[in-house]
Design a protein around this ligand. Structure first.
Ligand code: NDP
Length: 241
């Protein structure tokens, strides 16, 4: 029987590419999203992948969401924590609200989603938790104290949880992308992108969402069972962690 995967933020950007790649690899896929109903509707129409709306920042909503997906598609064996936001500001201008929103979604969201699926994975002696962190959680980035903190936290979360899951057949890993061509990155001023960001990337281009999706499909597979607690950097050579 096909395994079931939840991809948070799975209807747009990198998450959409991950949902599509997992479906192509034979998984039942539930693509979660937060509020963009129009994008979710379009995604389902184009791909046939069902979308589920809840915020990963809300623990109770995650518990209910996992329950709904399990009732409709079966036990969740694969969780991809991809949902993420930015609220950039230099630290002296960063508001407590900007700090909180990013930590709530990008770090607590990973707890909120991993916790409800953990018991089932332990019972079934199989699980894959794959979290999309960021190069900026590895190296730090001016204007992103909140985002860098959350994304670095995702790596610590993964290293600790990997040790708890190891004997239960559950692997827990992180992918840390560099700059990937999605709306999040296209929102950056074009001059900044072309003159400051792309020249820092040795391969000379942005990454494609599908390049991250392929890493996820590999980590989700049975063949990746010996890889746990790892961070895979996919950043065009920009930073060696
Ligand atoms: P996008 O902004 O293109 O898409 C973000 C997705 O996350 C959307 O589906 C959005 O839902 C969803 N989302 C946001 N907040 C929540 C929430 N509270 N609950 C559930 N879903 C939520 O982002 P990207 O595809 O660019 O980024 C995906 C991940 O990759 C993020 O974690 C990001 O930090 C990380 N990343 C991205 C890089 C890049 O260059 N793009 C580089 C490194 C890391 P909705 O459609 O409803 O808004």
């Amino acid at each position: 029987m096909a395994r079931t995967a939840i991809v948070t933020g799975g209807s747009r950007g990198i998450g959409a590419a991950i949902s599509i790649a997992l479906k192509a690899a034979g998984y039942n896929v539930a693509a979660n999203y937060a509020g963009n109903d129009e994008a979710a509707k379009k995604f389902t129409a184009e791909t046939g992948i069902k979308t589920y709306k809840w915020s990963v920042a809300d623990y109770d909503a995650c518990v209910a969401g996992v329950k709904q997906v399990e009732a409709e598609l079966g036990p969740v064996d694969i969780l991809v924590n991809n949902a993420g936001i930015t609220r950039d500001a230099m630290f002296h201008k960063m508001t407590p609200q900007q700090w909180k929103e990013v930590i709530d979604t990008n770090l607590s969201g990973v707890f909120n989603m991993s916790h409800p699926v953990w018991g089932g994975m332990r019972d079934r002696k199989f699980g894959r938790i794959i979290t999309i962190s960021s190069i900026n959680g590895q190296k730090g980035q001016a204007g992103q104290v909140n985002y860098s903190s959350a994304k670095a936290g995702d790596i610590g979360f993964t290293k600790a949880l990997a040790q708890e899951g190891a004997r239960a057949g559950i692997t827990v890993n992180v992918i840390a992308p560099g700059y990937i061509a999605t709306e999040m990155v296209k929102a950056i001023d074009e001059k900044v992108l072309n003159e400051r960001i792309i020249p820092q990337i040795p391969v000379g281009r942005l990454g494609e969402p599908e390049e991250i999706a392929r890493c996820v499909v590999f980590l989700a597979s049975d063949e990746a069972g010996f890889i746990t607690g790892s961070t895979i950097s996919a950043n065009g050579g920009q930073y060696f962690a």
